[in-house]
Design a binder for this molecule. Structure first.
Ligand code: ADP
Ligand code: MG
Length: 342
């Protein structure tokens, strides 16, 4: 075959392969956009585990009608403009890939009204084709609708699991986002029934209640609050489960780096090591931890789905996390010993 440039639609479908794996990845991308837009309230509606419909409405800053088409263009973003911006990026998105990818593999609609505009507009794209814009009533904010995910990519569609399984994946992402942004109200409706409602939490007690709701009752009553920072602005806060609340699998381990949920081997290792003396072999700690550091010290541009990050100074971070957790856990052991002696 001769060499040729691929058409845009095919490029977007290839990119969708990396960003859009299942309904949960659509929900993740769209809800992250809502958060980046400053939403205080996010409503998520699903039908059939999101396979038939995903509708996400937010009350964020909205998109001007003349920018709707750009929002679904590849590598178009309002979040960074230079390499310098990329290196200090604080938003969840920055690649300008999610919406064009999603729109290439679904029946897609984007309806939005900027906070200061008198009316809204709607853009519809069907499997990457179309793109007409028409005025449309909408309160300030944005609604994204994604119907029949992968209807035009049968190979992908076949990989989707049952409605229940897909719903479970969506709920897990919503749980992550609910933990990451306690101040944002999040509602989930599935097949017409409300299945989750995370109310905004503004003080520490309400935040812990929200964590307990997300993780299940047990954790809230068996965890330690933690907060530690260094002179050079490393900060670790959150809640770690007491050894008595350990689990048989690593299913309740949430780590957020500058508000982004990530899986990180270095920090995971530091945490395991801190628990090594207080947990039986084969048991796993539960935790919800927030690590904050200068965005210049962490590279988030490692993978399109952004589940991984790279730290400039991994060794130091490891020590910081290990020390902070060991001290907190050591203090409980000392406390227990005193209580037993009394
Ligand atoms: P990215 O988030 O990486 O910028 P996306 O494809 O997810 O790329 O979105 C493209 C652009 O569309 C964003 O940069 C933003 O300007 C706009 N946008 C998307 N969703 C929303 C939303 N819910 N509210 C306001 N603007 C949005
Ligand atoms: Mg995005």
């Amino acid at each position: 075959m001769p060499i040729r440039a691929l058409p845009d639609l095919l490029i977007n479908q290839i990119a969708a392969g990396e960003v859009v794996e299942r309904p949960a990845s659509v929900v993740k991308e769209v809800v992250e956009n809502a958060i980046d837009a400053g939403a205080r309230r996010i409503d998520i509606e699903l039908e059939e585990g999101g396979i038939r419909l995903i509708r996400v409405r937010d009350d964020g800053g909205g998109i001007a009608p003349e920018e709707l088409r750009l929002a679904v263009s590849r590598h178009a973003t309002s979040k960074i403009a230079s390499l310098d911006d990329l290196e200090s990026v604080c938003t969840l998105g920055f690649r300008g890939e999610a919406l064009p990818s999603i729109a290439a593999v679904s029946r897609f609609a984007l309806t939005s009204r900027p906070t200061d505009a008198g009316h809204g507009a709607r853009l519809e794209i069907d499997g990457g084709r179309g793109g007409d814009i028409a005025p449309h009533p909408h309160p300030p904010g944005t609604t994204v609708e994604v119907r029949e995910l992968f209807f035009n990519v049968p190979a992908r569609r076949r990989f989707l699991k049952s409605e229940r399984t897909e719903l479970g994946h969506v709920e897990e992402w919503i749980r992550c986002l609910a933990l990451a942004r306690p101040e944002v109200e999040i509602r989930l409706v599935h097949n017409g029934r409300q299945t989750r409602h995370y109310r905004p939490a503004r003080d520490p007690a309400a935040r812990l209640a929200r964590v307990a709701e997300a993780l299940g009752g047990e954790f809230g009553g068996a965890c330690l609050a933690l907060e530690q920072s260094t002179a050079d602005e490393l900060r670790l806060s959150g809640w770690i489960g007491l050894p008595t609340a350990s689990r048989s699998s690593a299913d309740q381990q949430y780590l957020f780096v500058n508000g982004r949920v990530v899986r990180d081997r270095t920090i995971g290792h530091a945490i395991r090591q801190a628990y090594a003396d207080v947990l039986y072999h084969g048991r796993h700690p539960a935790y919800v931890l927030f690590l904050e550091l200068d965005p210049r010290r962490v590279d988030v541009n490692v993978h399109p789905a952004k589940h991984e990050v790279r730290f400039r100074d991994a060794r130091r971070l490891h020590d910081f996390v290990y020390r902070t957790l060991s001290e907190a856990l050591g203090a409980t052991r000392a406390g227990l010993a005193t209580a037993a002696a009394a």
